[in-house]
Design a protein around this ligand. Structure first.
Ligand code: ADP
Length: 480
């Protein structure tokens, strides 16, 4: 190796550097100037060399510059500092500068080398990070990040407030500490989506706090990528919406209450008006000595309507307060159906109420009175909602899960959009409310009774005007 190749190598290193590498003498005169210095400051080597270094130092930093040179002169080795430098066009920028002494072969200090870097970008991203960090910290939302194995990597103050765990308690732990068991599968689905680079937006879900409470949250999860665009984890923003959900429930209750009052005032008024009118006529007749039995019958049948309605309302209250108790016995379902069909037949001269395969005797374990109530409701609806038709049929079947009873009519049917709603409290389908009397709670009560038996109730209706098929399924063994 000789001096020439050494020199060539060094100058190649200096010229390929991204940092400005400059040397100057003790009077501050620039001696060398590399390519990066030209890029950063805008002066060519020819313009810079021989000039005072103050061409790149803003006037208010000249004193600082002088004092660093003095320190080097006094024997200090290397000095790094952040300062401000000036470009040829007069603009300034934040710079990181390292100054060090240049020594001669005799180890005498003969000049100073300066390595300068433009740190505008670095400053900007530091400021951005600081700003982001303060936004994250001051947020009321929980902002959490985790890696693809579900390990929590950050946990803000909002998360501490919502979940009750501190950052120290959670970072490094699996996210499952805040996920109720029933939601673990949902979380796995979210992680799978994130791994595919998809975002999961505003799902409403349930999470668990440190003291075991379950809370309603609205959650948005987005993938976090490294500098190469590879997905390395997920960030999660969660907002506590427990209050919102509570308000929605209260609103629903208040809506029900309004529906109830409307229905009650309407449905209770009609029979009371009829009874009152009949009694008035009766009164006149008794006065005149001529009694008409039909007036008494009318009063009685309307008193029955009132009493049914009051029973239904009591049942709704029982269901809602969780007090619908069942009295389970073993009884013969076929016999019960025979009884009910005979009772219902008395209410209509139009339709034939037919029990198919009555020979089959089916024993079940259930609450006889409650099952009777359900079947009466199904059959009286079938008769009520099929005026002008001539048949209503009842059929039973024994299936793997339980005993099925199907009540079929050929009446007005149910529009597709109402199929799910007719089992709700006070819901009455489309035009039925104005044509047929009823409170709209029969099916709600019936489906709740069946649900309490561990069974299910559903309806099939192909089209409006093509009749309906109502089904109940009572499990073979009553589990409750
Ligand atoms: P109600 O008969 O007092 O209105 P229900 O809860 O028993 O209350 O029924 C709710 C609604 O379901 C009825 O208003 C009616 O619109 C619809 N529905 C029930 N049974 C039938 C049926 N067999 N055919 C057509 N519609 C029916």
């Amino acid at each position: 190796m000789n001096d020439v190749t050494d020199f060539a190598r060094l100058s190649a290193i200096v010229n390929s550097s991204d940092d400005a590498i400059i040397s100057k003498d003790f009077d501050g005169i620039i001696k060398t100037w590399n390519n990066a210095a030209t890029t950063i400051f805008g002066f060519s080597a020819r313009e810079a060399v021989g000039n005072h270094v103050y061409i790149i130092v803003p006037p208010e930093f000249e004193e600082e510059e002088k004092s660093y040179i003095q320190e080097i002169k006094n024997g200090s080795h290397v000095k790094s500092y952040e300062t401000v430098r000036k470009r040829k066009d007069g603009s300034t920028f934040p710079a990181s500068v390292t100054v060090s002494p240049i020594r001669s072969a005799e180890t005498q200090v003969i000049g100073i080398s300066i390595i300068a870097r433009d740190i505008t970008e670095q400053k900007r991203s530091e400021e951005n990070n600081a700003r982001l960090a303060s936004i994250i910290e001051s947020s009321d939302d929980a902002i959490i990040s985790k890696n693809l194995n579900g390990i929590i990597t950050s946990w803000n103050t909002g998360a501490e407030k919502i979940f009750g765990f501190s950052a120290e308690e959670t970072c490094g732990k699996n996210i499952s500490i805040i996920i109720p068991t029933v939601k673990l599968e949902e979380e796995a689905g979210i992680i799978a989506k994130i791994a595919e680079g998809e975002k999961v937006d505003h799902i409403e879900t349930i999470r668990k706090t440190k003291d075991g409470r379950e809370i309603n949250l609205s959650v948005t999860v987005s993938p976090v990528k490294d500098n190469n665009g590879k997905i390395i984890g997920a960030s999660k923003i969660a907002r506590d919406i427990t209050q919102k959900v509570e308000i929605k429930k209260l609103q629903q209750l208040s809506d029900y209450k309004d529906d109830f009052l409307m229905m009650a005032s309407h449905e209770l008024r009609t029979p009371v008006t009829v009874i009152k009118a009949a009694l008035q006529i009766l009164y006149e007749m008794v006065k005149d000595g001529e009694v008409d039995i039909r007036m008494v019958e009318k009063s009685l049948s309307n008193v029955d309507k009132l009493s049914t309605l009051i029973h239904e309302l009591l049942d709704v209250t029982k269901i809602q307060s969780g007090k619908l108790d069942l009295d389970i016995t073993t009884f013969n379902l076929t016999r019960l159906l025979q009884e009910i069909v005979a009772d219902i037949q008395l209410t209509t001269s139009q339709q034939q109420v037919i029990l198919k395969q009555p020979g089959k005797l089916l024993e079940i374990r259930a609450d006889r009175e409650r099952i009777k109530q359900v079947l009466m409701n199904m059959l009286s609806n079938a008769v009520k909602y099929s005026p002008g038709t001539d048949e209503v049929t009842v059929e039973t079947a024994v299936k793997e899960n339980g005993v099925i009873v199907k009540v079929k009519d050929y009446g007005i049917g149910i529009p597709a959009e109402d199929i799910d709603k007719i089992f709700e409290r006070f819901y009455r389908s489309g035009g039925t409310a104005s044509t047929f009397s009823g409170a709209g709670v029969g099916l709600y009560i019936s489906s709740e009774i069946i649900r309490h038996h561990g069974g299910r109730m559903w309806v099939e209706s192909k089209k409006q005007d093509q009749g309906s098929e109502f089904y109940i399924e009572i499990p073979h063994k009553f589990a409750g």
